[in-house]
Write a protein that binds this ligand. Structure first.
Ligand code: KG4
Ligand code: ZN
Length: 365
């Protein structure tokens, strides 16, 4: 008889409260029955970043509603669940604790298996959920809080090839937008301006290209942009629309070229493994950027890799990826009990040296 397992996933590690139901039928692709995300952007907008205390309280308040909505959308009740998967880190500790406590409560009340999931593993396994990508594959996580290259070999088997030593690219887009008076989130508004600009007018640094390896750095780029903006303002007493568009185009080109070159290097390291069906998957909000996406696709074409990017709703924070990662972990025998603890830091590759500390949107490594 084929086995069917229904997972509830919970996510609350940053500023999105999410619950989702994923069903796994043996030998078939997993199916997302529902995925509910309550964002908190408006709660934090006055503060210029995510306020951990406010986030934790909002998660605690919203989790129940979120679970109820996910069950209702899937047409199920708690009695139909077979297991609970929850983000147990890395992230803002108050939020992660809210999710873990909620998951423990449901698991204890219903006598269900509990699986603690690494949030980054959730992102990194998404291409298997959405595109059936087989191990091993190369993964680029690129968002407002994360930026790293990983080789994924199994649900608990990752090698980090490199990552940002300071800001994540999405953070750099957001800061650039702030510096130029464009609306948040910065990524889409900078991309829209860049389309109207000339990327050759201002040339910004391509950080760390002179160093071997796949580590990245984006904080210097933001400073270079600020200097150029101040120079133009001092010379002309302000910025014209064209100046702003050209600054955005120059900035975006620098991020694009840096990510493309570092990806080329990561691909070379990954191909040493001789994967059967070589693939690069990209996830995170910045993967929505068409210029960056195009550059990554070109690298894949040059190097013979399949390129995949999950749909945007599954690239950004969600609980379907946590439920799915939980299903792979449980199948591999990784089950937790009531001692499951929330972890502010939880590197996917425990052998790799730590990269950086906490950023504006939570723990990055
Ligand atoms: O993955 P995500 O929704 O949240 C986390 O950071 O966890 O990513 C959001 C980030 C923001 O910094 C946003 O500015 C950036 O992704 N982003 C973009 C674009 N759309 C969103 N960056 C560049 N170009 C875009 N089109
Ligand atoms: Zn995330």
């Amino acid at each position: 008889m084929t086995q069917t397992l229904t997972f509830l996933g919970l996510e609350s590690s940053c500023d999105d409260t999410a619950a989702a139901i994923v069903r796994q039928r043996e030998g078939e692709a997993a199916e997302i029955l529902s995925s509910v995300v309550f964002g908190q952007t408006e709660l934090h907008s006055a503060f210029g970043g995510v306020v951990p205390e406010i986030a934790a309280r909002a998660h605690a308040e919203k989790l129940d509603t979120c679970v109820r909505e996910a069950l209702a959308k899937a047409g199920l009740s708690l009695d139909d669940l077979d297991a609970i998967a929850v983000t147990a880190g890395p992230g803002l500790i108050g939020g992660v604790m809210s999710g873990v406590m909620c998951a423990k409560g449901i698991a204890a009340a219903k006598g269900l298996p509990l699986v603690g999931v690494n949030h980054l593993a959730g992102h990194a396994l998404t291409p298997r959920l959405t595109d059936g990508v087989s191990y091993p594959y190369l993964m680029l996580l690129v968002s407002g809080g994360h930026c790293q290259y990983l080789i994924a070999r199994g649900p608990e088997d990752f090698t980090r090839l490199g990552g940002t030593i300071d800001d994540a690219p999405g953070e750099a887009f957001d800061k650039t937008a702030r510096l130029l008076g464009l609306p948040q989130p910065g990524g889409p508004s900078v991309e829209a301006e860049a389309r109207l600009g000339d990327e050759r007018r201002y040339r910004f640094p391509r950080p760390l290209l002179d160093r071997p390896g796949c580590d990245l750095s984006f904080s210097g780029l933001k400073t270079a942009l600020m200097r150029q903006r101040d120079k133009i303002v001092a010379e002309k007493n302000g910025l014209t629309r064209q100046d702003r568009a050209d600054l955005c185009a120059g900035f975006q080109a620098a991020v694009r070229d840096t990510l493309a070159e570092k990806t080329r290097r990561a691909v070379a390291l990954y191909l040493d493994e001789q994967p059967g069906a070589p693939a690069l998957a990209v996830a995170g909000g910045v993967a929505a950027n068409m210029a960056i996406r195009g550059a990554l696709e070109t690298v894949c074409t040059e190097t013979g890799l399949r390129f995949t990017a999950p749909p945007l709703a599954l690239c950004t924070d969600n609980a379907a990826m946590i439920a799915y990662a939980g299903s792979e972990l449980l199948a591999a025998g990784a089950e937790d009990d009531m001692t499951l603890a929330a972890r502010p830091r939880w590197p996917l590759d425990t052998q790799a040296a730590p990269l950086i500390g906490h950023g504006r949107k939570g723990a990055k490594a």
